[in-house]
Design a protein around this ligand. Sequence first.
Ligand code: SF4
Ligand code: SF4
Length: 120
Amino acid sequence: MNGTAMRLPVITSCTACGACCLVVTAPPFQRVFDGEGEEAWERLRRERPDLVDAIVADARARRQAGIPSYGTPCSWFEPATRACRHYDHRPRACRDFAIGAIDCHDARRRAGIDATAFDP
Ligand code: SF4
Ligand code: SF4
């Protein structure tokens, strides 16, 4: 363990955070557009085709407008609660994102939460 790791605060809850949702622009499902997606995507297609249609339409609109598909809050992110609007349907990447791991701390630092975590 190095000195930086020793200074990182312990994080036990995502409540009112959502920092890792602020730059992905859209729910980060894998292989969304070739019709052969991850399990969470397949389930979304079965259970919430309306959400699938919205994701695909948003992506098409961004492409047509030349707007990047990264760097803005996820379309499922609810700013008022700082939570995922469709948490039960979130992609695998969101499920695998480890709370308290280095990427979590980095996302929080970029969002201005725990901003001193990496200070010398
Ligand atoms: S940045 Fe970390 S604490 Fe915040 S929502 Fe993501 S996993 Fe949870
Ligand atoms: S799908 Fe939900 S958990 Fe995943 S980035 Fe978007 S708002 Fe966050």
